[in-house]
Design a protein around this ligand. Structure first.
Ligand SMILES: [Zn+2]
Length: 196
């Protein structure tokens, strides 16, 4: 069977498996987990998460008044971080997140950090300026959506028609050298083309 189900290759998924475990072993009923019940669940898991995080940091000697400062019980800390992740996953699943959303948001964050850092250092070639006309792309109306012959929605420069990226789902896949943080395809106008 050709589906995109990640389980087909036996792949373990963090939030999916968490959801299954919470349902089958802890009897969590996600349908009923709303309102006050949800708040209580989130707070309990949040408190447990913080407690585990503190346990994790007991494995590194962080006290600057201690003689053995900097000593690290690496494997024990790794185990505590897993405990932390367990509660973090519970919280994420309880508010309806799945692995796809987690990875998408996480990767967007990483990309924002990467770009922010590269803008700071000037090291990276990625830019919020159009490679064609050098105009700033993070201004309203600077970019438009155009439907390609193959019915893909393309992002183009409003001024010089330079191709800037492609829309896939709710994401924009920027061309090499281009990245405009915080812009989604929903924010862009569709440019009507005569050739249809
Ligand atoms: Zn341009």
């Amino acid at each position: 069977m050709m589906t995109s189900d990640v389980d087909n290759d036996g792949g373990w998924r963090w939030l999916k498996s968490t959801r299954q475990l919470q349902q089958s072993s802890f009897g969590v009923d996600y349908i009923m987990l709303t309102g006050d019940k949800l708040s209580e669940y989130l707070v309990h898991n949040g408190f447990a998460l913080v407690a585990e995080l503190i346990e994790a940091f007991q494995e590194v000697q962080w006290k600057n008044w201690a003689n053995n400062r900097g000593s690290l019980n690496r494997d024990a800390m790794a185990g505590e971080l897993i405990d932390t992740a367990h509660f973090l996953a519970n919280i994420a699943v309880a508010i309806g997140m799945d692995d796809e959303e987690w990875e998408r948001l996480y990767r967007e964050k990483q990309e924002r950090n990467r770009v922010r850092q590269s803008l700071k250092t000037g090291y990276d070639a990625k830019s919020t300026k159009c490679p064609g006309c050098r105009r700033e792309l993070d201004k309203p109306g600077a970019m438009v959506l155009v439907r390609s012959e193959r019915s893909r929605m393309m992002v183009r420069c409003s001024y010089c028609d330079q191709s800037l990226g492609m829309v896939g789902g709710s994401e924009i896949y920027w061309q090499a050298g281009v990245f405009v943080p915080g812009v989604t395809s929903a924010m862009l106008f569709i440019s009507e083309q005569a050739d249809g």
